[in-house]
Design a binder for this molecule. Structure first.
Ligand code: ADP
Ligand code: ZN
Length: 832
């Protein structure tokens, strides 16, 4: 008989496919797009079949072990898309495919197998002859008398191919495999968890030292710590207390001692799988205004013609973009097609989710980061099976397994949250959206009040089609913006507080009128650094080259990059002086000042530190919407997307921080942030006012912000970018080297750069290698090379990518042995 081979994409970081031979009993089960289990070195991996063939140039191939799916999990379209992502972002195809699936493979084995009908004795004995393993499984199911999980079958029978056996039995009609994992949709339930304290979890070496000291005196504590470390290494950072006690034989008393020593922490957490937005708003009838209608008509005619087309919907804050999304999606649904709506961070956009739910009900599927693995898996299946026709989610939702996509909306398209930066594939979901639409002849709407410079440029040059909503809906006016010079404030008013007299007076006014106030400060914590008044020394993190932030509630200093924590020192580390001062303003300090100055006001703070619980965000939003709280104070979280008609004043405590970040996008980002936060004010008939405080009042950004001259600002910024040859006039590839030994890191980056230079076109600029703007994070030194490919050389970009892949694979083994990691980021959103 002829041999059959498959090429499999595996989630390993190499740029190639792996060929396996298909054993006889699995031949009928093979198809492109299905998951298979294959041997890889000493382990087993799950990969995707991307090619089937009768030939192979290889000898001594290994066999695949099992086929996990009765039907392909990836359509041809998804294979094409993921392949593009892999090539463009220099990731392995297998890694991209893994990202595109929910992380539910472990749960697969919990699926339940039911007997549907008994075979007649003849059929059974025939099966015993032809396929004894199928017969054995079937007989077991008959004798079991009740449904069993795949896991049980796996452990009962040592067959390696239990899945394909079950698929065969299912297609013969004897059994049924439940497609959904029974989720515990029970009531809220709280359970106690334990995990290693942040500062030790991030520094296991230090913990090992502690363990060595405890070894003799407290063996039970050591046992628990070792268990937790072991779990942490397996990727489980928190464990049920009950499980720890069971597995280690320790007592609650032992854990308590560890908590007292600050080595571990214990906390309660909800263990419910269901997650719903409870934040609700009243219904209202909406009739589109003229600008909205015009924009929608253009979108509709593109939808009707079934062509690929990308729109940039540039609409000022409060111009009713969401309503256009809804009506465009409605058009798609009427045509029997499907749609994806991307939002930067779903837990921060309950309002948009609510509006879609209200308009389309049960066909809206939601994906988000606070879902458990099980929930996400269920949603994914419901999408795949066609129950959900509209999917709303953050960047990963761009891989939702919808068929026949007609429309993709990317709301706030400029947001860097669309870029995955921490793990490969480092893709930008906005750009993947455009490719996916292209493969589907679908329409894309990129929406924003502050588009990215790249998208604006693409619209200007005709690659995208520009739609403009120049006015706010319902006759609401754009807010009045005023810049406050904080240097003058200090001098003339002798005001040392972080709230200017003007802002204070306006806050007072709104409180007395019962109107809503949003106060924005882009830093959390209390003070942003602690400085010695004698020698100027600033306390830095032990692991990172950044300052430590003072947190008042815990009375400690904390690193916002690695979680390192330490007590507040009594004297300066350098000169032993005792005059240490908390400097810089974080949200906690603003909260303190506000409550001192406005004792009659109710203030709620919203930042990472107050929204860690699942429901805390909703609670804050409801309190503020209902008017129970007067002032909503917070970081970026309060700056974007919120639509509250009662807000008439927005205060920006300091506009300076984002401006100082050494990245070529920092002016663009600052402009966008200020315009967005200003856009929260005056969204109804009551006029809004915005107060922006700064120590650099003459910075050109403010001229444009005050006059709402977004496109004028973009034109100016484009000139700068053109002169410096930055995107959109070039493409960047960032290559990062990092490791604990600085010399090794530097050397590696030098060698890499040298070889790269010798292999690519002279017009392609190579910047660096140089230490990154933050040269050390989490004990790792960081060096950067930036490859700048001018637009006119865009065609050679593929070639350059190829060279970089080759070098990466060549260098990697050597670098790994020296403890240096190499990270490639195409179109980086962050070069710091
Ligand atoms: P954007 O996303 O552009 O900031 P939204 O879509 O959030 O604006 O719209 C702002 C508010 O205006 C929402 O409460 C929305 O329901 C309402 N709205 C949208 N279009 C209209 C309209 N044509 N007439 C009245 N209200 C509208
Ligand atoms: Zn740190």
């Amino acid at each position: 008989m002829k041999n059959l081979y498959v090429n499999v994409a595996l989630p390993v970081p190499v740029n190639k496919l792996f060929t396996y031979i298909v054993p006889e009993e699995l031949k009928d089960d093979i198809a492109v797009g299905k998951r298979v289990i294959v041997p890889f070195g000493k382990q087993e991996l799950t990969g995707i079949i991307v090619e089937v063939s009768n030939q192979s140039g290889w000898h001594k191939l290994k066999e695949i072990k099992d086929v996990l799916d009765p039907a392909p999990v990836f359509s041809d379209e998804m294979l094409k898309l993921t392949r593009w992502v892999a090539d463009y972002y220099l990731a392995s195809w297998g890694e991209v495919l893994k990202t595109a699936l929910p992380a539910g493979t472990i749960l697969e084995s919990k699926r339940i197998v039911k007997l549907r009908c008994q075979p007649d004795p003849n059929a059974l004995s025939k099966m015993e002859e032809v396929s004894p393993s199928r017969a054995a499984v079937l007989k077991f199911l008959i004798s079991a008398g009740s449904p069993v999980t795949i896991k049980t079958l796996k452990s009962k029978f040592q067959f390696k191919n239990i899945y394909s056996i079950l698929h065969a039995l299912e297609s013969l009609g004897y059994v049924e495999i439940e497609r959904y994992i029974p989720s515990q949709r029970a009531k809220a339930k709280f359970e106690k968890f334990v995990s290693i304290s942040e500062q030790y979890a991030n520094n296991l070496k230090k913990l090992t030292q502690v363990i060595a000291e405890l070894e003799k005196s407290a063996p039970k504590q050591v046992e628990i710590l070792l268990f937790l470390i072991d779990q942490l290494k397996k990727g489980k950072s928190e464990i049920l207390v009950s499980e720890v006690l069971r597995k280690t034989g320790g007592s609650a008393q032992t854990i308590k001692k560890l908590v007292e020593k600050g080595l571990v922490k214990v906390y309660e957490k909800e263990t419910l799988r269901k997650f719903e937005y409870e934040f609700d708003e009243p219904d209202k009838e909406i009739e589109l205004n003229e600008h909205q209608r015009k924009a929608l008509n253009e979108i509709k005619s593109a939808i009707d013609s079934g062509e690929f087309k990308t729109f940039l919907l540039y609409g000022v804050t409060g111009s009713g973009k969401t309503q256009i999304y809804i009506e465009a999606v409605n058009e798609i649904i009427k045509l029997g097609k499907t749609a994806i709506v991307l939002v930067p961070e779903i837990s921060l956009t309950p309002q948009i989710v609510n509006r879609f739910k209200k308009s389309f009900g049960d066909i809206v599927g939601i994906l988000h980061s606070k879902m458990s693995i099980g929930e996400r898996y269920d949603s994914w299946r419901m999408i795949k099976d066609g129950f959900y026709r509209i999917v709303i989610g953050p960047r990963s939702a761009i891989f939702a397994p919808l068929n026949d996509i007609g429309l993709i909306v990317v709301d706030e398209e400029q947001e860097s949250a669309y870029k995955q930066f921490d793990n490969p594939p480092r893709y930008n979901a906005r750009d993947v959206a455009i490719m996916r639409a292209k493969f589907n002849n679908a329409v894309v709407i990129l929406g924003s009040a502050t588009p990215s410079l790249e998208s604006y440029y693409n619209a200007k040059t005709g690659k995208y089609h520009l739609l403009v909503l120049p006015e706010r809906v319902d006759k609401a006016r754009m807010p009045k913006i005023e810049i406050i010079d904080m240097i003058k404030e200090r001098k003339e008013h002798n005001n040392k507080s972080s709230i200017s007299t003007t802002l204070a007076q306006k806050i007072e006014e709104r409180i007395s009128r019962g109107e809503g106030i949003i106060i924005f400060q882009n830093r959390r914590g209390y003070s942003t650094y602690i400085e010695c008044q004698d020698c100027g020394y600033v306390e830095m993190c032990d692991n990172c080259s950044v300052t430590l932030i003072y947190h008042k509630a815990q009375n400690h200093l904390r690193c916002h990059y690695c979680g390192f924590v330490k007590g507040v020192p009594e004297k300066c580390r350098r000169c032993e002086g005792v005059k240490l001062k908390l400097k810089g303003v974080g949200t906690q300090r603003v909260e303190d000042e506000l409550s001192q100055n406005f004792s009659n006001a109710k203030i709620i703070r919203m930042d990472l530190d107050t929204t860690s619980g699942r429901k805390s965000y909703d609670k804050i939003m409801r309190k503020f919407a209902s008017g129970e709280a007067d002032i909503l104070l917070g970081t970026q979280m309060v700056a974007k997307g919120l639509d509250f008609s009662r807000v008439t004043l927005v205060g920006v405590i300091s506009a300076d921080i984002p401006m100082l970040i050494p990245d070529f996008r920092s002016s663009e980002r600052t402009f966008q942030l200020l315009t967005q936060v200003a856009g929260r004010a005056g969204r109804s008939e009551k006029e809004g006012e915005v107060i922006i405080q700064t120590f650099q009042p003459n910075h050109y950004i403010f001229d444009y912000v005050v006059k709402h001259q977004t496109l004028e600002f973009y034109e100016r910024e484009l000139k700068v970018r053109k002169d410096l040859n930055y995107p959109p006039f070039s493409r960047l590839i960032l290559i990062e080297f990092k490791g604990e030994n600085e010399q090794n890191v530097e050397l590696a980056s030098d060698e890499f750069a040298k070889e790269l230079k010798s292999k690519i076109h002279q017009q392609v600029q190579i910047l660096g290698p140089a230490p990154a703007a933050i040269p050390k994070i989490n004990r790792n030194y960081r060096y950067h090379i930036i490859v700048k490919i001018p637009k006119q050389f865009d065609k050679t970009a593929r070639e350059i990518s190829g060279v970089i892949w080759q070098l990466k694979e060549k260098f990697e083994p050597k670098l790994n042995s020296k403890g240096v990691r190499l990270i490639i980021d195409v179109d980086p959103q962050n070069t710091v």
